[in-house]
Design a protein around this ligand. Structure first.
Ligand SMILES: Cc1cc2nc3c(=O)[nH]c(=O)nc-3n(C[C@H](O)[C@H](O)[C@H](O)COP(=O)(O)OP(=O)(O)OC[C@H]3O[C@@H](n4cnc5c(N)ncnc54)[C@H](O)[C@@H]3O)c2cc1C
Length: 399
């Protein structure tokens, strides 16, 4: 049977578009599918870490992102008792750099267009099934039509219906739930993102991310371990409570949200997620790649797309058996992200308690290295297990 593409990528969010871009750049014929018409919205905090910006640079879309996004120079943490500490945004080289905030309505279309510029084709359509023959995945059914490919990449984000229908999810793993709203016409905002641990359920946080000098994405969310009960009925409820926080009131005044608040889940279950099957590869949030400390997933989506493209391109070049390719791919993803996810889970369990956060913020006001260590861990720039060493723990204990 003739192929409709060498590789079909399902989902044109950051993970799918990055995978499609890097595969197309490697000379492969890629078909990128999405059920949404672009530009489309995605419920998010819209924060872009320096790691995300690095991959966007490789894709050639950084100038567009920088032109449209709000530059961010500092990050501020508020402890449950309302004290705060600020830190400069640092890159993996420990040098000051910038993050950005750019609403996903704009961002995702910029990235998708980057993939098309890179040589991928795009088709609008909802994928209802993954096709299988002789124990391997061979294509997708989109709007009732079967499309065949050598490899299928699933980049469907936290929406797991497609994976469930194919028997590829192992039940509800660790997840997060968060909700956000946009506020406009605000008093001038600093180039700063604020993370609040006051007036939100823990483990979780509220955020104020400026999308321009006079507008902001404000939201709140919490994490739920597999099998545990969520600390609140809904993320919208957590967000409504957070909007009463005095710092938030200072920022929004009497402004109402510019649109209705929206909630969405986050999959943080990378350590237990199924990552591949013969002929099939998961990337981004479809692989559970969301930071369980910060809820950031765009950087992991882009990085896993870059890595996945490299692994898949190598498979296609060497013509490995599909079952071996799946194993190599899963090992590659785990080798890159596994230690980080295991470590960051421990850091969250230890640090995300009210008294620990209160002590941490107080200690971080005095000890720069403690402040910068947690910042680098949160940004995914360093091994999270460094926060569990005797030095940081002693500083924390002494407050
Ligand atoms: C409230 C909230 C705040 C967040 N804040 C941040 C933040 O500030 N910074 C950050 O880095 N991360 C944040 N995240 C996480 C981030 O939004 C995700 O991790 C990221 O979008 C994952 O990218 P992705 O490409 O894997 O999936 P997505 O961006 O979700 O894209 C998946 C795509 O697949 C398509 N799709 C799904 N099913 C099908 C189908 N059957 N057929 C065809 N197409 C399909 C969808 O239409 C969509 O376009 C937040 C998440 C939430 C919920």
């Amino acid at each position: 049977m003739p192929l409709d593409a060498e590789i079909i990528v399902v989902g044109a969010g950051p993970a799918g578009s990055a995978t499609a871009f890097f595969l197309a750049q490697a000379g492969h014929q890629v078909l990128l599918l999405d059920r949404a018409d672009f530009p489309r919205d995605k419920t998010c905090g819209d924060g872009l870490s320096p790691r995300a910006l690095r991959v966007l640079g490789l894709m050639g879309v950084l100038p567009a992102v920088e032109a449209a996004g709000m530059p961010i120079e500092t990050l501020r943490l508020f402890s449950p008792n309302g004290e705060s500490v600020g830190a400069p945004i640092l890159g993996p080289d420990n040098q000051p750099t910038r993050a950005r905030v750019l609403p996903r309505y704009r961002l995702d279309d910029i990235i998708r267009c980057g993939a098309l510029e890179g040589g991928a084709r795009f088709r609008h359509g909802a994928v209802s099934a993954l096709m299988q023959e002789d124990g391997r995945f061979t294509g997708v059914t989109v709007d009732g039509v079967n499309l065949r490919a050598q490899a299928v990449v699933v980049a469907t984000g936290a929406s797991s219906a497609l994976l469930e229908r194919a028997g590829l999810t192992r039940g509800a793993g660790d997840l997060g739930r968060a909700a956000r709203a946009y506020f406009e016409g605000l008093q001038p905002l600093p180039r700063e993102v604020a993370f609040h641990f006051d007036s939100v359920p823990l483990p979780g946080y509220g955020w104020i991310f400026p999308t321009s000098p006079t507008s902001a994405n404000i939201g709140a969310g919490y994490f739920v371990k597999a099998g545990r009960v969520a600390p609140q009925a809904s993320p919208q409820h957590a967000m409504r409570e957070f909007l009463k926080n005095r710092h938030v009131v200072d920022v929004i005044g009497r402004h109402e949200p510019a649109d209705s608040p929206k909630g969405y889940p986050l999959r943080t279950d990378f350590l237990t997620a199924r990552l591949a099957a013969p002929g099939l590869y998961m990337v981004g949030e479809a692989a559970g790649l969301v930071n369980p400390l910060t809820g950031e997933g765009i950087d992991f989506a882009l990085e896993s797309g870059e890595l996945a493209a490299e692994l898949i391109a190598t498979d296609l070049r060497f013509g490995r058996a599909p079952i071996d390719s799946a194993a190599v791919f899963a090992r590659g993803l785990r080798a890159r992200f596994g230690a980080f996810f295991a470590g960051i889970g421990w850091v969250r369990d230890l640090y995300f308690q009210p008294w620990v956060l209160n002590r941490f913020v107080r200690a971080a006001q005095k000890h720069d290295e403690l402040k910068l260590l947690l910042l680098q861990i949160a940004l995914g720039n360093t091994d999270p297990r460094r926060a569990l060493r005797p030095g940081p723990l002693l500083r924390l204990a002494l407050g």
